[in-house]
Design a protein around this ligand. Structure first.
Ligand code: AMP
Length: 228
């Protein structure tokens, strides 16, 4: 029997808090989460053929080709949509072609029927840049938990470690002012077309102002999702 299950798409500029909010949904609501950025960085760390071909695109803040990303996401969905949990997509879709491919994949893959809900996250480029330039991430490819330098009162000699897995934290290679300009401008170019796509397809859309602390945002997003 087909049942409706939630697939929540997080759309927002770099630094809006997609990864941080995803962590709450995974830990507290047992959602399955795909961050395409995390998966792509994992390919780079593991030096796969895909990883070697996309390293430069990530460092310079450009998008990876739709074909590569869509193939990767379809494969992930095939393996992570069978256990009945809600699904969070963080950083996908990023183009209209990806949004369309997602709908097609959901129609073709479904053992269950998915209801796509869009969470549109709003934050100014200035605020997002402030967060990105103080962001630390776990260096272990299978973890990549997100922190801020403000979370750690370290002396200069101590390298802060991940509270989940003890691996060292580091800065992302694309979290630098040079790549940020391109990342923001690419996001703004595509946000309009993706949102047009979802408005036309009549997917429920929740718009959230992200200039609040993560705990408050988690409660707010959960409440808004429950109201749909
Ligand atoms: P993120 O971790 O979401 O900030 O993504 C980091 C980088 O990975 C982006 O700047 C892109 O280079 C690449 N990337 C992540 N998701 C996608 C996607 N859906 N389509 C194309 N490139 C992506």
């Amino acid at each position: 029997m087909n049942t409706h299950r939630k697939l929540i798409v997080f759309i927002g500029p770099p630094g809006a808090g997609k990864g941080t909010l995803s962590q709450f949904f995974v830990e507290r609501l047992q959602c399955n989460q795909l961050s395409t950025g995390n998966l792509l960085r994992r390919h780079i760390q593991e030096s796969t053929d895909l990883g070697k071909s996309i390293d430069l695109a990530l460092k310079s803040g450009k998008l990876v080709s739709d074909d590569h990303v869509i193939a990767m996401v379809v494969d992930w969905l095939d393996n992570h949509t069978r256990d009945g949990r809600p699904v969070i997509l963080d950083g996908f879709p990023r183009t209209r072609a990806q949004a369309k491919a997602l709908d097609e994949a959901l129609t073709e893959l479904t053992a269950a029927l998915f209801e796509v809900t869009v969470v549109l996250m709003e934050l100014s480029d200035e605020e997002a840049a402030g967060r990105i330039l103080t962001r630390l991430v776990c260096s272990k490819a299978s973890c990549q938990a997100v922190y801020s330098t403000a979370d750690f009162k370290t002396s200069r000699e101590t390298v802060p470690v991940c509270l989940r897995c003890d691996a060292a934290l580091s800065r992302r290679s694309d979290d630098i002012p040079e790549a940020l300009v391109s990342r923001f401008s690419i996001y703004r170019q595509h946000e309009k077309e993706i949102m047009e796509y979802y408005r036309t397809s009549q997917a429920p859309i929740i718009t959230i102002a992200m200039n609040k602390d993560p705990e408050t945002l988690f409660v707010e997003v959960q409440k808004r999702l429950a109201e749909i």
